[in-house]
Ligand binder design. Structure first.
Ligand code: AGP
Length: 612
């Protein structure tokens, strides 16, 4: 959950490193640092705080350097402070690292016993010590790096630079994402594509167990030890062209990435279904599913975390209703440590925006080891999940930078809807006519979302009357129950207000004790078959003084029942999540802004949870 970046080229490293770190700040932002070769040695600047604090430390104009490393941190070992900020150095070796070295304690003890002096509390600092220790014993630089990396257990994406070797930098990867950027002559490495977008469109996604040496105009990749899964593909065959533009990584005039991404949803939902709508067989081919396998499918497991888990819960409703296949949904961090009932007949789906969530990756690997067909629904091309799964259905949400996931969520639901339709029409649990009718309704969703976005002023006004509340409750039934969970998660993660989401029928089993005068209760209440039950729950809230905000396509049913009504367009019952979630995202956004919270980089969070 940190961001690393490196540069080797004929230009100046520092502007590239600082700009790249700025674009990676969503991955962690409690401290930052750079190391660079200034022509007569190595310089390191690092500090607690954000990239802007780091920039203030470095002389102006920026020193010229052709080689350098950078890091922005989300603390795992050692409190956020300058001493624990990266790069870490020892004996002329500087290292930046994203991941966790699980055996760092025994390595540190052995190195200390050999007389090495440590300056930080981090796990990372063992790496430059191991490398410089090897070099002091006469090993060459690359040999020292390979030997050191083979001693590490855990996960890493790391950048390495040696003061005595000013013409090159190294990058190594195991379990944490690392992408190599190829400019005309400049070379880059980074944790994620946004950091190199303005400089390189051609990239290589390093595989686990690979070490790469970057020099201006040069690139070498080799496997560390005996990690090679087979003959290495020629570098030219591994180059991918990135279509994202640098502009996509900018805010396009919105105050925050999150607001921009909420407003992009009409386009991203449309882009996601454009590839497969009305082409069910091609979608199943993309899943690497034969028609026979789809017809014979007995059960599906979906595993995810956070917002992606909520999308999985919606997917369960869609797949079970449309294809009659039982679906089990599991939180990845629980799944990976439980007794698994997985076999070759299981269709295992992981849902992950980043494709790098450690728990989701571990769950996917576990299912694959048991022989299940593993498919991932993912938003990041070339991410670990997409490269390890048996098949991939990509969401086409584009770069999602706001830590709070919004457009990726609706894109995930879109893919799940398409999958449910494809399975249903193939298994004949829905007719082709029903498939077409439902597809017609799906095609209306982007326009309906656009209509909701036009009511943003009213939502901002409603948020103003709620922004001082100390506590929220979200309720929903059936397919709206996951949306209640999602609305609560969005609010709590960016405004820091305690908020619970519950199935509305669950309220009487305890949560109703929380209802008190003025407590905001947001009822996700489309006019579906469960609306009568939800209305009863709302009466129970009103009877105890709660303030009811209804999100519904049936405002006529709530006159006198709800204190506030947020209207959404009417649609097929299983598409209501696409519409009811949008006001909840906007409400959470406006409340967080009114409370002065850092919406795009909420405290304690990071965009991609690449550690357990
Ligand atoms: C979403 O708003 C949260 N930031 C978080 O719950 C996120 O959904 C979760 O960490 C899963 O991330 P992934 O989709 O990249 O795997």
């Amino acid at each position: 959950m940190c961001g690393i970046v490196g540069y080797a080229g004929k230009g100046n490293a520092l502007p590239v490193l600082l700009d790249g770190l700025q674009r990676l700040e969503y991955r962690g932002y409690d401290s930052a640092g750079v190391a660079f070769q200034n022509g007569h040695g190595m310089e390191i600047y690092k500090t607690r705080g954000k990239i802007r604090d780091l920039r203030q430390m470095i002389p102006d104009p920026l020193p010229h350097a052709c080689i350098g490393l950078g890091h922005t941190r989300w603390a795992t070992h050692g409190i956020p402070c300058t001493r624990n900020a990266h790069p870490h150095d020892a004996g002329g070796i500087a290292v930046v690292h994203n991941g966790i070295i699980e055996n760092y304690r025994e390595l540190r003890a052995a190195l200390s016993a050999a007389g090495r002096v440590f300056k930080s509390d981090t796990d990372t600092e063992v790496i430059p010590h191991l490398i410089s220790y090897n070099m002091e014993k006469g090993m060459a630089l690359k040999e020292s790096i390979l030997n050191a990396v083979l001693q590490l257990r855990g996960s890493f994406a790391m950048g390495i630079m040696s003061e005595q070797h000013p013409g090159c930098i190294f990058a190594a990867r195991k379990g944490s994402p690392l992408v190599i950027g190829l400019g005309e002559t400049d070379r880059f490495f980074a944790s994620d594509i946004p950091a190199i977008l303005p400089y390189a469109r051609r990239v290589i996604f390093l595989d686990d167990g690979e070490l790469c040496m970057l020099t201006p105009g040069g690139l070498e990749i080799e496997y560390i030890g005996n990690t090679a899964p087979g003959p290495a593909a020629p570098i030219s065959e591994r180059i991918a062209d990135i279509t994202w533009t640098a502009a996509m990584a900018e805010k396009k005039g919105y105050d925050h990435f999150m607001l921009k991404e909420i407003h992009e949803q009409p386009d991203t939902v449309a882009a996601t279904f454009a590839e497969w709508l009305r082409e069910p067989l091609r979608l199943l081919e993309e899943c690497r599913l034969t028609t026979r396998a789809a017809v014979r499918m007995k059960r599906i497991q979906i595993v995810a975390c956070g917002t992606s888990y909520h999308a999985a819960l919606v997917g369960k409703y869609l797949i079970e209703v449309l294809s009659r296949i039982p679906v089990e949904v599991e939180i990845a961090s629980e799944y990976r440590y439980k007794t698994l009932f997985v076999d070759r007949d299981l269709f295992h789906i992981s849902i992950t925006q980043s494709g790098e969530t450690a728990d989701t990756l571990a769950a996917q690997r576990a299912a694959k080891e048991f022989g299940a067909h593993t498919m991932t629904i993912c938003n990041a091309v070339g991410s670990t999940a997409s490269r390890e799964a048996s098949s991939v259905l990509y969401t086409r949400a584009g770069l999602e930078i706001g830590v709070a996931s919004t457009k990726a969520f609706t894109a995930q639901m879109t893919v799940l809807c398409l999958l449910a339709l494809a399975l249903g029409v193939t298994r004949k649990t829905i007719s082709r006519a029903e498939y077409d009718t439902i597809s017609d309704a799906l095609e209306q969703i982007p326009g309906f979302i656009g209509r909701i976005l036009k009511s943003d002023d009213a939502l901002r006004e409603l948020a103003g009357s709620l922004s001082r509340a100390k506590h929220f409750m979200y309720l929903g039934r059936g397919i709206s129950s996951p949306i209640a969970l999602e609305g609560a998660l969005k609010l709590k993660e960016i405004s820091y207000i305690p908020a619970q989401g519950y199935p509305a029928g669950e309220m009487k089993h305890g949560p109703i004790a929380l209802i008190e005068e003025g407590l905001p209760v947001i009822a996700v209440a489309p006019g579906d078959g469960l609306i009568g039950k939800v209305l009863s729950n709302i009466e129970e809230v009103k009877a105890r003084g709660g303030r009811v905000i209804a999100v519904t396509d049936r405002p006529d049913l709530f006159s006198g029942q709800a204190d506030d009504v947020v209207q959404v367009p009417a649609t097929e019952s299983f598409f209501t999540p696409f519409l009811t979630v949008v006001p909840l995202h906007l409400l959470a956004y406006h409340i967080a802004v009114m409370r002065g919270c850092d919406v795009d980089q909420p405290r304690n969070l990071a965009k991609s949870v690449t550690v357990e």
